[in-house]
Design a protein around this ligand. Sequence first.
Ligand code: TYC
Length: 119
Amino acid sequence: MPDEPPVPPVKPPIRPEQDAGAGGAVVAERKTQQVKPPSLYQVVLLNDDYTPMEFVVMVLQHYFQRDLETATHIMLKIHHEGRGVCGVYPKDVAATKVELVLAAARRDGHPLQCIMEAA
Ligand code: TYC
């Protein structure tokens, strides 16, 4: 019976992330959290003596998706306390709402002030 040729040893398959390549080193790395939740800003309306109550209620309904009852409640709170929070949003959304509210107020000739501040 002829001699069988020697069978070369079979290496187990290696996953790419384990393969250090020629002469390289495997670096175990645990990433810390990469995505932070966006920081939030509250959009605030300020009271004044001239902007009509109906306009403020419309602003709260149209730009802040409040129903009539909630919008009226927030408007009266601003009227009595000087300021009130319309909503809380990521920074870019809050900034856009401030711009849209101010543009609508100026278009209608009202001095309404709208600001954003870190929540
Ligand atoms: N004070 C206003 C008035 O009596 C009403 C008003 C409410 C104005 C809220 C601004 O953000 C405001 N007509």
